[in-house]
Design a protein around this ligand. Structure first.
Ligand code: NAP
Length: 316
């Protein structure tokens, strides 16, 4: 148990699941509306921005802003207006009559309105033995783990903005960064792609996929087996760490069968941010398979808080 039930009301007005960009923006708006929202921080407090470095495209920061610093500032801003924070993982949700019941770490709580902003988590390739290798030469967070791999070769898998960002960041530490991509053009935005390919420490490995992680006697990654998808040629590449940057999976498992979602698990919204359960709203990456930007998540968080506020008017 990592939270104190004493801070909860018998019936919360607004509970927000998730403390990333969407959840914190919802918290700022709901708190300023005097709703004293309760923010439940999940397994990845602060969300994806806490695992990134410089955010260059969030409006208002001419020189960019450090991702974790941006999140910390949002949290302080929400607290200033009365938002409350608790740690815990929401396991289940039940629809009540004019309220929603939430099960967190074995305890049930009730709230009039709920904003689901539980975000998305990093995807891995799905190769055998992968789960055991996380932390032993396999990770999805360059900011967290990059410094462990000084003066050794590493690779990043993927061809999107995340892969480019991770690869560029890793050149601060690694002797060489291989960018392994299954096609021969990057999906990343042009500015990111050009910057990445111009970096002399980054070597693209085109049209290739990892088919196996090879480990040493200590169980640490020492190389990967690659297959070229055009020629079918197999090869081995020696490196010390694989950084996965192949996208994300929405964190909606606890809501399966309760909240409507698409085939990939993204929550479906109608009439703004509303879900299929009255009083439950969705915001950010958990409901966005398309844009997935910090600023669009923030915008959704704002919209969800406004939708929740309007919904709550009927109980006054
Ligand atoms: P993404 O754009 O979906 O890119 C995922 C990459 O992984 C793609 O290149 C994809 O290959 C590859 N991939 C997917 N499944 C794979 C598999 N099983 N095996 C091998 N490769 C696989 O994801 P993202 O880079 O995380 O970006 C997500 C969103 O966040 C985007 O909208 C992006 O613009 C945004 N973002 C922005 C910034 C920034 O502006 N600073 C930074 C990071 C992310 P294909 O290309 O062949 O599909």
């Amino acid at each position: 148990m990592v939270y104190s039930p004493a801070i909860f009301s018998l019936m919360e007005k607004v509970v927000i699941i998730g403390s990333g960009c969407a959840g914190l923006t919802a918290a700022i708006y709901a708190a300023r509306a005097n709703l004293a929202p309760l923010v439940l921080e999940g397994k990845e407090p602060g969300g994806q921005l806490t695992t990134t470095t410089l955010v260059e495209n969030f409006p208002g920061f001419v020189e960019g802003i450090d991702g974790p610093a941006l999140i910390m500032a949002m949290k302080e801003q929400a607290k200033r207006f009365g938002a409350r924070f608790a740690y815990g993982f929401v396991e289940d949700l039940e629809r009540g009559d004019g309220f929603v019941r939430l099960k967190m770490d074995g305890n049930w709580m009730e709230t009039r309105a709920l904003i689901v902003a539980s975000g998305a988590s990093a995807r891995y390739l799905g190769l055998p033995g992968e789960r055991e290798l996380v932390g032993h030469g396999l990770t999805a967070c360059a900011t967290c783990d990059g410094a462990f791999y000084r003066n050794v070769p590493v690779c990043v898998v993927g061809g999107g903005d995340s892969a480019c960002e991770e690869a560029s960041f890793l050149t601060r530490f690694a002797s060489r960064v291989y960018l392994i991509h299954r096609r021969d053009t990057l999906r990343a935005s042009r500015i990111m792609a050009e910057r990445t390919l111009a970096n002399p420490k980054i070597t693209p490995v085109w049209d290739s996929v990892i088919t196996e992680y090879l480990t040493d006697d200590a169980g640490e990654v020492r190389a990967v087996r690659l297959r070229n998808l055009k020629t079918n040629a197999e090869s081995e590449l020696e490196l010390k760490c694989v950084f996965s940057a192949i996208g994300h999976i929405p964190n909606t498992a606890p809501f399966r069968g309760k909240l409507d979602m698409d085939e990939k698990g993204y929550l479906l919204q109608s009439k703004g941010t509303a879900t299929n359960i009255p009083g439950v709203f969705a915001a950010g990456d958990v409901a966005d398979p398309v844009y997935r930007q910090a600023i669009t998540s923030a915008g959704q968080g704002c919209a969800a808080a406004l939708d929740a506020e309007r919904y709550l008017a009927q109980f006054e």
